[in-house]
Design a protein around this ligand. Structure first.
Ligand code: NAD
Length: 462
């Protein structure tokens, strides 16, 4: 089950990781850099194999696998390599007058043994980005990639350890039964990416040991198209974001809110964009991915039950294919309007204006992302200020995931905690506050007895 030089039980593997951490080897910044380099070399030397594996797991076009999975992982790893020594240095802090003389520092120290549980939809990025952050911050890690991307998970689990300190990493292939056994162990941090339902299971298990968690979950990310929006631009960007990886992207636009004035033009333009991307028969296109499993395919077809399809709907269960599809004004009590879609179905929902769209969003669980299209700054700022989401893009979709300097994560039911760049390093660090006083120069201001003079002085200084 554990993949490494030998097959060990889960608890033996976790003990081995803990022994490596306790040896102190991970404190060395050179050791950490060697691990980050190992991940970068693995990605470079196995890029062809990883793209093949993703194609076999997800029917994912190779160009898309590179663009949306491998390339951002390499960029993030290189960014962390460049900056992690600065982030690992003690950070100076100022002291108030009453505490002088003295000095203060915040020391980022590694947490220990990290557990990373990942989903199948971006099966390289969602394992390796948290892993690089964990290693850069001086931790060791157990990784449980997804059983639903078996070829990619197996390649990472069997090949990556050779690029790293074998004692600092363990991979566990398999499904929920493996996560369940792993979650019995005590970890110092758990990083879970996946569904809100399983996120609750992970958080409950973590509570047993008061283990801190990052939960990168899902939800329904809305798109608001204001009346003044450039409909051509909005349509092509929404169409792209919705069908990247056949809609199986946590931050994919889930549904669109638009006024009657723009609705039909938007629907026409999105349909035309999809045709320009994938031709009249997307099933024949080499650039359109498949649904990950029969179960998910059936679930998506079920979401279309009773809906009026305005575009697409063509599907082939044997090929796990569902074409880009639009539904106009679905029943708001239907599963399509309430569950995370996670597939190439785009509901278009009519609202009376931007304020109505804001109300619609705020009546529902806080999403992972929110997108707004408008050329007017007052409108985009109103939407950003009056809604809550993990992240947002103005006049585009998805791209806020990419820059290492933008912390990524959810809010409320779409998750908690942040990673990418320094935020990932800090997530995997105990930011230990240390205050130092000189031995000499004892002053008794804060000690009883509190005379009138001391009380006055304390009030002035504090
Ligand atoms: P999932 O929750 O079914 O599985 C995620 C991981 O948890 C897998 O490794 C799986 O083996 C494991 N798992 C499944 N059931 C478990 C259980 N009962 N106990 C313990 N572990 C269990 O999610 P998925 O289908 O792999 O991925 C899709 C979901 O992930 C969507 O909701 C999507 O929005 C979300 N997601 C979020 C992000 C993000 O960054 N926020 C990124 C990608 C996907």
């Amino acid at each position: 089950m554990a993949t490494g030089s030998t097959t060990r039980s889960i608890s033996d593997s976790v003990s081995r990781l803990r022994a490596t951490f306790d040896s102190g080897v991970t404190r060395s910044l050179d050791w950490r850099e060697a691990q980050i380099d190992g991940v970068i070399r693995f990605l470079e030397e196995h890029s062809g194999g990883l793209l093949d594996a993703m194609q076999s797991d997800l029917g994912r076009p190779r160009a898309e696998g590179w663009l949306a999975d491998l390339a951002p992982t390499v960029v993030e790893a290189k960014y962390i390599k460049k900056h992690f020594r600065k982030w690992a240095s003690p950070r100076r802090a100022k002291l108030p007058l009453v505490l002088l003389p003295g000095s203060a520092r915040i020391i980022p120290e590694p947490l220990g043994v990290a557990l990373i549980i990942s989903p199948w939809n971006y099966p390289v990025n969602l394992v390796l980005e948290p892993l690089v952050a964990a290693l850069a911050a001086g931790n060791v890690a157990a990784c449980k990639p997804s059983e639903l991307a078996p070829a990619t998970s197996h390649l990472i689990a069997t090949e990556l350890p050779a690029y790293l300190d074998d004692g600092a990493i363990a991979f566990f292939e398999g499904g929920p039964e493996v996560s369940t056994e792993l979650l019995e162990e005590r970890f110092d941090h758990i990083f879970f990416t996946g569904s809100t339902h399983v996120g609750k299971i992970v958080m409950t298990a973590a509570a047993k040991h008061i283990t801190p968690v990052v939960l990168e979950l899902g939800g329904k990310s809305p798109v608001i198209v204001a009346d003044d929006a450039d409909i051509d631009v909005a349509a092509s960007r929404i169409a792209w974001g919705k069908t990247l990886n056949a809609g199986q992207t946590c931050i994919a636009p889930d549904y669109v809110l638009v006024t009657p004035a723009n609705r039909d033009a938007l629907v026409d333009r999105i349909a035309a964009t999809w045709t320009s991307f994938y031709g009249p028969s997307p099933m024949e296109s080499a650039d359109f991915a498949r649904i990950v499993s029969e179960k998910h395919h059936q679930r998506l077809i079920g979401l279309l039950d009773g809906q009026t399809i305005a575009f697409g709907g063509d599907n082939d269960p044997a090929a796990k294919y569902l074409g880009p599809t639009m539904v106009i004004d679905p029943d708001l009590s239907s599963p399509l309007a309430n569950e995370e879609i996670f597939g190439p179905i785009l509901p278009i929902i009519t609202v009376s204006g931007v304020d109505d769209a804001i109300r619609f969003v705020n009546e529902r669980p806080k999403p992972l992302s929110l997108y707004v299209f408008s050329g007017r700054g007052d409108i985009t700022e109103r939407v950003i200020e009056r809604t809550s989401s993990g992240g947002a893009c103005i006049n585009h979709v998805l791209f806020h995931f990419a820059p290492p300097e933008l912390p990524f994560g959810g809010v409320g039911p779409s998750g908690m905690g942040r990673y990418h760049g320094k935020s990932g390093f800090d997530t995997y660090s105990n930011l230990k506050s240390v205050l130092k006083k000189p031995v000499a120069g004892e002053h008794t201001l804060t000690y009883p007895p509190f005379t009138e003079r001391k009380r006055k002085l304390l009030r002035k200084l504090t």
